[in-house]
Design a protein around this ligand. Sequence first.
Ligand code: ADP
Ligand code: TYD
Length: 205
Amino acid sequence: METKGRFIVFEGIDGAGKTTQIELLEKRLRAEGRAVFRTAEPTESVSGGLLRDALSGNTRRSACEMAALFTLDRIFHNVNPVNGIEKMLSSGYDVISDRYYYSSMAYQGSETDAVWVKNMNLACPEIRRPDLCIFLDLTPEESMKRIKGGRATQEIYETYEKLSAVRDKFYRVFEELKETERICIINAARSIEVIHEEILSLLGL
Ligand code: ADP
Ligand code: TYD
């Protein structure tokens, strides 16, 4: 019988601690004997490359262009036959993704027609719904401190004003999706270990 893995998504504004927590969870799941596939958006696809170029500020793109490119990249993320989400889940892997459509709804949804962005993602037959979304919630003040401490360059959304608008939008998106999706909001201002333990208990580990 085919064993299906779990599809877990981490979300949060830039610098909230997603990479840190995903690494810890991946280690723990592997220690439990699970096969784990870690992935992220933007992906390594052609559209992912266009997105990175725009995120760095190198090429200017409109909010609609960004929303469409992220959606295209997400379809590739799901269906690519080598290591797409569908392929890995059906091979028995737990798939952990650093960002997914909630980011489009929050980042692009706060800059252009939010209903269009939402529908483009949720109505797409080739974009799977996750089993769980873990939102690492941090104030933009704290996140900007973390970003400035850890990185040499800043991306286009990494300003206090933008991250504030995005965090508010995340809350509204989660409110809209709460009946149909499993979303857990975690206070990410605490220590790395305490957050990790809370995530493990959410997953029954
Ligand atoms: P993201 O992937 O969400 O951008 P990172 O995991 O890269 O976030 O974390 C951003 C920075 O904050 C890194 O320098 C990381 O070491 C630090 N960091 C992560 N979690 C915490 C925490 N709970 N408390 C303090 N600093 C943290
Ligand atoms: P990422 O490397 O995930 O940044 P961080 O580690 O700081 O969270 O960068 C991806 C950037 O792209 C981030 O600013 C959020 C943005 N983004 C969107 O605007 N829409 C999307 O759909 C996705 C997946 C990401």
